[in-house]
Write a protein that binds this ligand. Structure first.
Ligand SMILES: [Mg+2]
Length: 415
């Protein structure tokens, strides 16, 4: 997939050619470092790339001189990043007396950038690093934009993909207002679907659960990592040892030949490969049996839920991804992961809910940078991070973004 293609182009300003014979291809999610001596034309090339991309997508250029107004506060400079979104009258009023909604949005962005305390401070009094951070929201939306709610973030999306844990529910408790937001998105003409690294239960059980939690999703609107895994293994003739609670038997597993991994070492010895699907009944003792079996005879391992943990009412539960990573460390076997951030689950959800949509019209909403946001950005989707209920609850955004090298398009405490 190509985001931008320049082919043997001449670039410059005001009719004056600065660069000639420029060819450049950019893919969605790709990171490119541009190196060149002073005066080589780096800024000219960046300005041309910005111009082309802004015609079809939301893109930010953070120039080296920041483009800030030194006499105005950090808050007002940040608000300027939204000027393109509104008419002249609203913009004028915003700069004189910003409305509560705009100020709340900017407060979230400044908080994410750890600049809350400097919101009312004139930019000319800030340090170099602080100015650089104010320049992110001021450069109009390429950085994470704080929004009051998901309806605002979804304005330019036709399909909204929602993570479950940390976005719609925490354990068996629905997040207040989430079902109402789903209804509001539908009323605004958006398609809405769930994309969840939830593999422990059959689809029938998941659908009953959504209904119990107060959500009206149809079957095709719910895509799980369990389905992505089963799709991948369709027709596979091997005999698998499975990590999965026995409560629902083999419902949904189709023709797969499986034995539940329990406390009998023979089950581990006999399997031709292993599927890590649900960890609710898993124990340290079983992990040791699996490690020993793989050390004795290496076999393929598939993990149907790459999550390490899931938020529950009383803390975090350990998920198959956690055990899979431990297994990899102990045995050197690289598990095959199905589920976010890997592509199959996103492709399955899109095929069911909007196969013809351009990726830029799809918005993925999640609470985890390295699954929801990473995977969606790799597919070219827009992304929104929910910070108030799940993985980000105890973490600072700015530090997490820097550590992960990931930055969602939008940030909000709750949908
Ligand atoms: Mg989640």
């Amino acid at each position: 997939m190509t985001l931008l293609r320049l082919q043997d182009e001449t670039l410059g300003h005001g009719g004056r050619a600065v660069l000639s014979g420029v060819s450049l291809t950019l893919a969605p999610g790709e990171r490119v470092v541009l190196l060149g001596r002073s005066g080589a034309g780096k800024s000219t090339l960046l300005a041309a790339v910005h111009d082309r991309l802004r015609a079809e997508t939301r893109v930010a250029l953070v120039p080296q001189e920041h483009g800030l107004v030194p006499q105005l506060s950090a808050e007002k400079n940040a608000l300027m990043g939204r000027l393109d979104d509104h008419g002249a009258l609203r913009n004028f009023r915003t700069l004189v007396r910003p409305c509560a909604e705009d100020r709340a949005g900017v407060a979230q962005v400044l908080s994410a950038l750890e600049l809350e305390a400097q919101a009312r401070q004139r930019v000319e009094t800030l340090s170099g690093g602080q100015k650089q951070r104010v320049a992110l929201p001021a450069s109009a939306g390429g950085a994470a934009r704080g929004t009051g709610n998901l309806s605002e973030a979804a304005r330019e999306a036709d399909l909204v993909l929602l993570d479950a844990y940390g976005v719609l529910n925490v354990g068996e408790t629905p997040i207040p207002g989430a079902a109402e937001r789903v209804a509001a998105l539908r009323a605004a003409g958006k398609r809405v679907a769930v994309v969840s690294n939830s593999a422990g239960y059959p689809k029938r059980h998941m659908m009953a659960r959504w209904q119990r939690l107060g959500f009206d999703f149809s079957e095709s609107e719910v895509t799980s990592s369990r389905e992505a895994l089963l799709e991948r293994l369709r027709g596979d003739p091997r005999h698998w040892g499975i990590m999965l609670g026995t409560g629902h038997g083999t419902e949904d597993l189709g023709d797969l030949k499986v034995s539940f991994l329990g406390d009998d070492p023979r089950t581990y010895a006999e399997a031709e490969g292993f599927l890590l699907i649900g960890a609710s009944d898993w124990t340290e003792a079983r992990q040791k049996l699996l490690e020993a079996a793989l050390a004795a005879q290496p076999r393929p391992v598939f993990c149907g839920n790459p999550d390490l943990v899931a938020p529950r009412e009383n803390g975090l539960s350990l998920e198959p991804g956690y055990w899979a990573h431990r297994l990899a460390d102990a045995t050197g076997i690289a598990p095959v992961f199905c589920g976010k951030p890997f592509p199959e689950i996103f492709d399955l959800a899109r095929a069911r809910n909007g196969p013809a949509l351009p990726p830029g019209r799809v918005l993925m909403v999640g609470d985890t940078l390295h699954t929801d946001i990473l995977g969606a950005q790799a597919r070219g989707f827009r992304t929104a991070l929910v910070t108030g209920h799940g993985a980000m609850k105890a973490l600072g955004c700015a530090q997490s973004f820097a550590q992960a090298g990931l930055r969602p398009d939008f940030v909000m405490p709750s949908i």
